[in-house]
Design a protein around this ligand. Sequence first.
Ligand SMILES: Nc1ncnc2c1ncn2[C@@H]1O[C@H](COP(=O)(O)OP(=O)(O)OP(=O)(O)O)[C@@H](O)[C@H]1O
Ligand SMILES: [Mg+2]
Length: 384
Amino acid sequence: MKKPVILCVDDEQMLLDSLKQQLKHQFGNDYQIETADSGFDALEIVEELFEDNIELPLIISDQIMPGMKGDELLKQINAIAPKTLKILLTGQADAEAVGKAVNSANLYRYIAKPWEPTDLNLTVTEAIRRYFQEKELAQFYASLEKKVAARTHELQEKNQFLSIAVHDLKNPLSAIQGFAEMIQTDYDEMLSEEVIEVIDRILTSSRQMFELISNLLEVNAIESGKMNLSLIALDILPILQWLVNHYSERAKPKGITLQLSYREKKYCALANENTTRQVLDNLISNAVKYSPYGKHIYVRLSIDENYVRCEVQDEGPGLSDEDQQKLFGQFTRLTPKPTGGEHSTGLGLFIVKKLINSMQGKVRCESILGQGTTFIVEFSIARE
Ligand SMILES: Nc1ncnc2c1ncn2[C@@H]1O[C@H](COP(=O)(O)OP(=O)(O)OP(=O)(O)O)[C@@H](O)[C@H]1O
Ligand SMILES: [Mg+2]
């Protein structure tokens, strides 16, 4: 880092030298003292300093100079370096110039010629102190502004999350209310099968609400950092066997079959059991949910030196590039819709991503529109 610069401007070489000597003696350890013998020369030096990223806390300029006067120079400097403090050296009769410089150049002080050495030293010391104080303050405000902006963004996101959640809870709730009112008013004219059917719908709607609330609680727990997962050496295979069995049953009405393939006896990953089950459950249930009648789902396990990898491949509608970008966001219900009237809260994959991250794993999607989708999860391998 180069030393910050104090720049002195005067057309009288002798005065310039003596100013330089005095400042060098007093401030030379921490500051580079530069000189210019005209306003034009000074402007050039300032530009060079800025190009080289060298700080210029202070410029001291004579007023009466041929070509460009001191107040005009400081005005121009003020336009390019507003933070640099400016001192004008003046004779007795320069009150007007001082007034102008105060107004147009944000003059810090003026010093009458001939100057008192102690007065000069004190003024310069004070000016430098002020410069760095203001700089610190500016940095403090900038960081404060950043924090406020981040916080505002966070609040906006929370607000949006809440409004979507409320909207999604209102639908099943008003359905429940409507069905209950139907029984209340029409009970006498209803057949018992009809009553049972309406009650079934009430149950479905309340299950949807329950599912959404569980998801919201889960998201909240993840976001507030309360997910301290204990990771152990976990064999993924039995979990997948259970899930594939379970979903084979549930997919029967849709004529969908599931197939699990693997080569090893064990697939030990560094993972948390419940979390892993939840991640894989989400991916397999999605495959079943978005596949049309009669399709196949392939679940494959593999292992290499770093990862235990699980792929869930379906023959469903696939996802466009645009949809793939949004896949792991909150409340994303994309182009593919459930094929068997299943419910969708749009939070499943958002949760999957967060959970997998918290186990230091990875999840990604490969898909070509119209040709099915493959989700790939990688768990860190558990080393014996
Ligand atoms: N295997 C898939 N094939 C095609 N589209 C999919 C698949 N998995 C997810 N999607 C699309 O991505 C969207 C987001 O999936 P996500 O699992 O996050 O939510 P969801 O299934 O709608 O609801 P839930 O919160 O109940 O899981 C789905 O609405 C669907 O449009
Ligand atoms: Mg889902």
